[in-house]
Design a protein around this ligand. Structure first.
Ligand code: AMP
Length: 190
């Protein structure tokens, strides 16, 4: 199955994606990780996007679209992807549908981690100490949350219409969220 995990920055998408990927033998496709890798390796793309990412804005739909097609077209990942951090805009959601169709696949489940801005800021500041991410500070965290509300919330309506969306309470503990998500995946597998 292909799963989309959705939610504001700091909601726990990465943590939960890793858990789902190992439990259900899926491949975690994190656009944030792919982009950070480009910056770390100082590639042409990395140099172009570093200031955008560090200001809490979104990288262009075209850039991330190109990154994900490589994975969707890979036979090894056929119907085995968890999309972590993609789509984040309505055009990205439409692009994802088109790409999956092109490679004879579809989305089976969209999990939305629902978390308040207050919790998100708290978690991002905690993560800052552990992961040392350049975009994990208070001002940029607020900006990233605002970017999420503005650009990404419309994606929710898009998935609501196709009845794929399941909302998970992201305020609880990591293990409680694990259990809730597993239940939803098992129910979906039927
Ligand atoms: P994340 O690790 O998912 O929190 O992403 C970190 C940053 O990478 C975001 O704030 C954006 O600047 C960029 N990014 C990640 N995924 C996307 C995406 N799907 N579209 C645009 N920008 C993205």
């Amino acid at each position: 199955m292909n799963i989309v995990i959705f939610g504001p920055p700091g909601a726990g998408k990465g943590t939960q994606s890793k858990f789902i990927a190992s439990k259900y033998n899926l491949h975690q496709l994190s656009t944030g990780d792919l982009l950070r890798n480009e910056i770390k390796n100082k590639t042409e793309l990395g140099i172009k996007i570093s200031s955008i990412m560090n200001s809490g804005e979104l990288v262009s739909d075209e850039i991330v679209g190109n990154l994900i097609e490589k994975f969707i077209s890979n036979r090894d990942y056929h119907n085995k992807i968890i999309f972590d951090g993609y789509p984040r805009t309505l055009p990205q959601a439409q692009n994802l549908d088109n790409l999956l169709k092109k490679y004879n696949q579809k989305i089976d489940l969209v999990l939305k981690l629902s978390v308040s801005q207050e919790t998100v800021i708290k978690r991002i500041l905690e993560r800052k100490n552990q992961e040392k991410r350049a975009d994990d500070n208070q001002d940029i965290a607020v900006k990233r949350y605002q970017t999420y509300e503005k650009s990404s919330e419309p994606v929710i309506d898009y998935y609501k219409r196709s009845d794929l969306l399941k909302v998970v309470n992201g305020e609880t503990s990591i293990s409680e969220i694990n259990i809730e998500i597993s239940g939803l995946i098992e129910a979906n597998k039927g």
